[in-house]
Structure formats: C-alpha cells, structure tokens
Design a protein around this ligand. Structure first.
Ligand code: SAM
Length: 308
C-alpha cells in the first residue's frame, strides 16, 4: 500500500534487509565487551545471557514483553497469571543484573498490570530508588474501564550510596508563570526573547513525551516502540559520556540509537531478525542525524514548546 508523503515510518527493502542481517552478531560462546560494543545481537536473551560479559554496563534499560497477549511479528507473547509472569521475569532478570557495573543503574518498564511483578523482582536483586510514571496519552478507550494511558519505569541500583546520576543533564526548561524578582533581578529564572524560563528539577511524573507516531522520523512499524526523548532522559541521567548502555529487549533499536546520538556506547539483544535490522538501519541514520525530538540545545522542552 502506498504511504502518505508525510509518513516518515522507517521502510526497508529486501536488499537492505540482507545487508543489515549480515552485520548482526550471533553469540554461541562467552564474549568480551569489545566484540559486542556498538553492535546488535540477534538471538534469544535466554540463550545468550550467559555468554555476555559480567559488570560491563553503566546503564541497563529493559522494556520487556508486558503481561499482555502481543504479537511481535510472529513471536506471540501470551498473557499469563501474575505468578507465571513473575516466574518469566525470574528466568532472566537476575542474570541481567550481573551485567551491571557496581555503580550502575537499571530501569525496567511496564504497565499497571505487570508493575507489581516488576517491583517484586527488582527489589529482590537491586535497591529500588524510584518509580517514574510516564503519561503516554495514547491508549485504547473502553466502555467499562478507564483508558490505560500510563506506564511505569522502575529505577533500581546496585549501590544506593554510590551510583551515577547527573541531574543537571535532565533538568526541564519551564515557562515562569509568576516571575519573582529579588533586588530587581530575576530569582532562579532567565528572561529571553521567547519569554521567561527557569530550569527545574525533573520529577518522577513525565507528561512531556508522546509515543512515536507516523509523521516522526524515529517511527517504525514495531508495535511497542519507545520514544527517543524518554530514553534520552534515562541515558543522560544514568550513563556518563562514552559509558555503556545495554538493552536486552532491543526491539526497533531505540535505546542503542539514542545512546549513539548522545555519545554513549551501546549493545542490545533482539530475537526478531527484522526488528534487529531496523535497529541497524536507524543506527546508520543516527550517524548523520543526531536529532532527538523534544530535546535540543541541551534542554528537554515541554510538549510543543521546542523552538525550530
Ligand atoms: C516491548 S518490546 C521493546 C521495544 C523497544 N523498546 C523499542 O523501542 O522498539 C520487546 C521486544 O523484546 C523482543 N523479545 C521478546 N522475547 C525476547 C527474547 N527472549 N530475547 C530477545 N528479545 C526478545 C520482542 O521481539 C520485542 O521486540
């Protein structure tokens, strides 16, 4: 079917698919960081997890299949009981934690239904230091229930007394409603030609990020793609420049792509070969274009306030 010219969703020809497929890594023996950095591993996390190097990642971002029946291009994840979902998390979560450096951070995404299981498994293997709620706006309406328009992102660390967190890198630029002055000078805000602004500490409620949609260049046909702006916040706060970000359920590559745009090294695992190829193509595009929608000039802009 012909796509509208304004539709920027990633497309891939059969030739490109063959080209990118050749670049994917397949692991069948223990490896070292140098062999997998800035690469995409195509395989089943459960089969490759024991081959990955211990304590190599500064930051791990996990966006696993939620406890919903979902078709990831043929891989059908089936909704199960809460206890069975917890057993599923136990199959890989403890081994993923072993890949984290002692000063590292780990973020684990989910919706309201699986969030209790996520908390249970995270507090068993890490110290939980926060829960971010992302108001993602889009969601299916229901006649008999509230529309589901939020997601949780649990934040855990190995050592709560010593972990990397750069709050200045993720402050938000907010319009000042009541510009208070002291001795005739702006108090904690700045007057600009576009209006009065101040930099505020970011909270654990995120309402300034939309899901990717078809007119955005970052969009792909992946059914549960995360926005680059959301991942950018996690990376800037949780990983130093040139540090390493790992994503065990890479999907269309958002974590690796955002890490590359922000000057971090990365590695991801994805079972589906098509998705892994989409990640590679997006990574190539990120070579030229480092734009992250909603983040520019070192600033996270409130929704629809970014200057162009
Ligand atoms: C929620 S999606 C991640 C989406 C991703 N954050 C993005 O922005 O595109 C989960 C991904 O995990 C993959 N997956 C599921 N089971 C897997 C496994 N055992 N090993 C590796 N990948 C797996 C699915 O194919 C799917 O792409």
């Amino acid at each position: 079917m012909e796509r509208s010219p304004r539709n920027k969703t990633l497309q891939m020809t059969a030739e490109e698919q063959t080209f990118w497929q050749d670049k994917l890594v397949h692991l069948n023996a223990p490896t070292i960081p140098e062999a997998i950095l800035n690469r995409t591993i195509n395989g089943d996390l459960l089969e490759v997890i024991d081959f990955l190097p211990k304590a190599f990642a500064d930051l791990i971002i996990i966006d696993p299949p939620y406890n919903l029946s979902k078709d990831f291009a043929g891989l059908k994840f089936k909704q199960r009981s809460d206890d069975d979902y917890l057993d599923y998390l136990e199959l890989w979560f403890p081994q993923v934690v072993e890949l984290l450096k002692p000063s590292g951070s780990l973020y684990l995404c989910g919706d309201w239904k699986c969030t209790a299981a996520l908390y249970t498994v995270m507090q068993k293997y890490l110290t939980v230091v926060n829960r971010i709620t992302w108001q993602r706006e889009k969601g299916k309406g229901s006649k008999k229930n509230w529309k589901n328009a939020m997601e949780d992102i649990w934040f855990g660390v190995k050592n709560p007394k010593d972990y990397y967190f750069d709050v200045d890198a993720v402050k938000i630029r907010r319009k000042v409603i009541a510009p208070y002055k002291q001795d005739g000078k702006p108090k904690d805000w700045e007057a600009t030609a576009e209006g009065n602004f101040r930099m505020t500490h970011p909270s654990n409620f995120w309402d300034d990020i939309t899901v990717p949609y078809w007119s955005m260049p970052e969009n792909t046909d992946h059914p549960t793609q995360k926005p680059e702006k959301l991942i950018a916040k996690l990376i800037l706060a949780g990983c130093p420049e040139n540090g390493i970000v790992f994503d065990p359920f890479l999907g269309s590559g958002t974590t690796s792509v955002t890490a590359k745009k922000l000057g971090r090294r990365y590695c991801g695992v994805e079972l589906n070969t098509n998705y892994a190829c989409w990640a590679e193509k997006r990574l190539q595009q990120a070579q030229e274009n480092k734009t992250i929608q909603g983040y520019s000039q070192g600033v996270f802009w409130e929704r629809n306030s970014q200057p162009y």
